[in-house]
Structure formats: C-alpha cells, structure tokens
Design a binder for this molecule. Structure first.
Ligand SMILES: Nc1ncnc2c1ncn2[C@@H]1O[C@H](COP(=O)(O)OP(=O)(O)O)[C@@H](O)[C@H]1O
Ligand SMILES: [Mg+2]
Length: 299
C-alpha cells in the first residue's frame, strides 16, 4: 500500500527565503501525525505543495500514491485541507458554501453527509447564516467542514485551533479523533504542544525548511532525561556542594534539575544529614514543550 503522504527531498525557495530545504517524509495510512516548528519553519509551504497550491522547485510529493503535479486531480481529491488563514466567500450561507464545495468535487447528492458534518461541528443552528455574519470560531468550523465535504482519506489541519475557544477545541478534537479511528490519516500543525502530545502518534519537527526530528511521540518524550524537582525547605541556604546546582525560584521554592534519580536521592540524603526538613516535594517530568525547545536550540 502506498503512503498516505509521501514527500521526497522537497525544495522551495521564495526569492531570498529557502522555505523548504530538502524535506523527506512518509506518513502511513491511519496515522495521526504532527508537524511542529516555529513560525516560518515551512509548515504551510509544505501543506501548499501537497494541496497543489504551490509548485515545489525540486523533489516529489504524493497523496495516497497520486503525484501532486502529474495526478493533480486525484491527489487533490484524496486530500482535505483546513487552511491556516480564515478564507471564506462572503456571498453564501453555511449550507450553500458546503454545497458549492461539494460541487467542486462533482458531488451532487451530498446532503446527508453535509448534515452530519454540520451536526458534529455544531454548525446546524448556523446553517442559514451568511458566512460574513459568523464569528471567528464559527468560520473556523466552516473551514473544517469544507475540508471534509468529499470525505477525503487524508485530512490536513494547518493550525486549526489558533485563537479558538476551549469548547471548540474540545469538540473539534473529538470529531477529528473519531475520523482518525475510522481510518482517516491526519496531518496536524499546531502551536499548542500539549495538543500535539495528546493527539499525535508521530511527530516531525521542522526548522528553517529542514526536518530536525521525526519520531513517535513516546520516543520524543524520552529524548530528554531532564527531570525537575521543586522542594519547599525549612532553610535559607543549602548544605555545601549543592548551592550551584539548586536554584531558588521567585516563590521561595528550590528547583533541582537532574538526569538520574540517584542525584535526587543524594540531595535528599545530604539534606537529611544537615538536619534540613523537606516540607513539600514536587516532581515534573519533561513534556513535549521541553523536548521541542531542546531540539530547536540544538538544531
Ligand atoms: N508566498 C510567499 N512569498 C514569499 N515568502 C514566503 C511565501 N510563503 C512563505 N514564505 C516564506 O517562507 C518561509 C516559510 O513560511 P511558512 O511555510 O508559511 O512557515 P510556517 O507555516 O512554518 O510558519 C517564511 O520565511 C515565509 O516568510
Ligand atoms: Mg503556517
């Protein structure tokens, strides 16, 4: 079976900016895949190439085995894209917009599916509102609905929750996760790393047009072995040998970063030896945010 998304050595330059500098990526059918990277990393450019909106300078890309240039129509049909920018046609209402979008794909009897998507995205009460009258969150829902009218096997969401309230984020993720369980492949870019951590099985990190990390979310979380302990102590200064390694934060807690738990054991043993009482101890495991920051700094 061919990859849901296959990208090989993709290059794209805008005048002086190398937006994509040799990106290769394979996403298997059924994956929930995250594409992360700072602003300007090339995420939207990569998505535009997949959607046939931008022509790459070199390299190849295909969706469900269809080359995005040679088999443009089939590739486009296999793909549903929720764009980063809020674009909409101001002359139509919600239902009309979805019917027109269906028409682009040659789907004339699509009403049942349109009803179902509107229901899942809580758009039904707004079906007859002009798109101009929709709030930002509602426009975002309509963009998601538009991306799904042709039931594409591959769904790409480009920062779909930027500036979106918690309710919509929750209902959107419930809906998208459901589609993923039914077999749809999901490619998601987001700035909310806790979202990516919770949803994505695999993640690629992009920096300046290059992939600097690509692994399962689980493996990425193991990437840093930095743990952090926060301690509330009954002292104003620490036993000798620890001053340099344990910092006091603004709240008066002592923060200790360590790689191996024996280091924490040693600290606690020395505190006990010095008669220092530990009033509270909190451990923080590294999250995707820590991993992301670390990888971006090293790259
Ligand atoms: N149409 C364009 N014309 C000129 N430069 C562009 C264009 N589109 C993107 N770029 C530049 O390419 C780089 C990657 O942009 P983009 O793919 O939008 O990044 P991201 O989505 O990761 O924030 C940025 O430096 C951006 O300014
Ligand atoms: Mg972008």
């Amino acid at each position: 079976m061919s990859a849901a998304i296959h990208v090989r050595d993709l290059h794209k330059r805008f005048r002086t900016t190398q937006a994509l500098a040799g990106v290769s990526l394979d996403i298997e059918p059924g994956e929930f895949f995250g594409l992360l990277g700072p602003n300007g990393a090339g995420k939207t450019t990569l998505i535009s190439v997949l959607a046939g909106l931008t022509r790459a300078d070199a390299g190849e890309a295909s969706v469900m085995g269809h080359d995005v240039v040679r088999d443009y129509r089939q590739a486009r049909r296999a793909l549903g894209v929720v764009p980063q920018e809020l674009v909409y046609d101001p002359f139509f209402n919600v239902r009309e917009t979805l019917a027109i979008q269906s028409g682009y794909f040659g789907l004339r009897h699509n009403d049942d599916w349109i009803d179902e998507i509107m229901h899942h995205l809580d758009l039904t009460p707004h079906a007859h509102k002009n798109t101009q009258a929709l709030s930002g969150g509602m426009k975002r829902r309509l963009l998601v609905a538009q991306a799904l009218v042709h039931k594409p096997p591959v769904i790409v969401l480009d920062e779909p929750t930027a500036g979106v309230d918690v309710d919509l984020r929750r209902s959107l993720w419930a809906f998208i996760s459901g589609l993923n369980r039914e077999g749809h492949t999901i490619l998601l870019t987001t700035h909310y790393l806790e979202e990516a951590e919770a949803l994505c099985g695999r993640i690629a990190m992009l920096k300046a047009g290059r992939i600097v990390a690509c692994d399962t979310t689980r493996n990425l979380l193991r990437h840093t072995n930095e743990h952090c302990a926060s301690l509330r102590l009954d002292v104003e200064s620490l036993p000798s040998g620890w001053q340099a390694r344990v910092q006091r934060d603004d709240d008066g807690n002592w923060r200790f970063s360590f790689g191996d738990y024996t280091e924490l054991e040693n600290l606690l043993a020395d505190l006990r030896g010095a008669g220092v009482r530990v009033r509270e101890l909190h451990l923080q495991e590294p999250d995707l945010e820590d991993v992301f920051t670390d990888i971006m700094q090293r790259a």
